[in-house]
Design a protein. Structure first.
Length: 295
């Protein structure tokens, strides 16, 4: 298992600034992190170079920074959108698709081995579960083919709803996820398990990990003290409602070898600049402690 963090751990600042990713990588590596998960959420806002025709040059600067500091990207999070949203115009859909595949190209440039993406729960569609599964299957196959040509497997992230039971929404319960992934009969597709999403669905996290077993290719690691209020979500382990000891035990039992990757951007988001480096160091200490629990 590899300790990792999303680039969003130290990215957005209290005044609304989004840090240059070079600064993020340098500060996080100074704290001890050597493996990263590139997140495209924070780099898809207006003014981002990712959205321009200079996106390749931008991605190359990230590669250069990582190479100089001996850093690597084991998993990356692709740009995502609700591809089953019926309100999208054809022009909007084409632009969204362009950014999805552009982000995959960026992830490949960074040398990532696993590409995390989302399914759609079809919440705005009046369709059957079988139809929704087929729509998602078709979409994921296009992502899988493109990623595979660039040396990456795809991990689809578990979904959640604070207003529903796991069996009431698509791709939330581990049993239903495994059934869906198995239907592909293709080992290029696996699962990214977001522990916070699992907590919101009130799932037994250790049991979920064991159910996923060999299908688990990636993780998103964060804690939460709320099911709905975003500023209280995506915080560091041991600052929320999750019990991490059985989770680490389960990861050890299944022999998980992927990234144990923080996605806890609200932990540092409101801290003044003077406190960010100590907070990053503490984040790394938390990660090291959790990794030791799995040994």
């Amino acid at each position: 298992m590899i300790l990792s963090t999303s680039t969003n751990l130290y990215c957005e600042r209290p005044d609304g600034r989004v840090l240059p990713i070079e600064q993020t990588l340098t500060a996080a590596s100074k704290a001890g992190f050597q493996t990263f998960d590139m997140s495209f959420y924070e780099y898809s806002f207006p003014g981002s170079q990712f959205l321009t025709e200079d996106w390749q040059a931008w991605a190359q600067t990230i590669c250069n920074t990582a190479q100089k500091q001996n850093l690597r990207f084991h998993q990356c999070h692709a740009y995502t959108y609700d591809f089953l949203d019926p309100t999208l115009t054809e022009q909007q859909r084409r632009r969204q698709e362009q950014l999805v595949f552009r982000s995959i190209d960026c992830c490949a440039m960074l040398g990532a081995k696993v590409l995390v993406t989302h399914v759609s729960t079809g919440s705005r569609l009046n369709c059957s579960r079988l139809q929704m599964e087929e729509y998602n299957r078709r979409y994921l196959r296009s992502i899988m083919d493109y990623a595979a040509e660039r040396g990456m497997k795809v991990a689809a992230e578990n979904q959640y709803s604070a207003q529903a039971k796991p069996t009431e929404i698509f791709y939330a319960s581990p049993e239903q996820i495994v059934e869906f992934v198995n239907s592909f009969e293709d080992d290029r597709l696996g699962v990214c398990w977001d522990f916070e999403h699992g907590a919101i669905m009130e799932l037994d996290q250790g049991a979920a990990v064991r159910t996923l077993g060999k299908h688990l290719l990636a993780t998103h690691v964060s804690d939460t003290v709320s099911k709905t209020f975003e500023p209280y979500m995506h915080v560091m382990p041991f600052t929320g409602m999750l019990d991490w000891r059985p989770i680490m035990k389960a990861l050890k039992e299944i022999g998980y070898e992927g990234a144990f990757s923080f996605e806890a951007h609200n932990f540092l988001k409101k801290l003044p600049d003077e406190l960010t480096q100590p907070a990053l160091a503490f984040s790394y200490q938390i990660g090291t402690y959790l990794m030791n629990l799995a040994e």
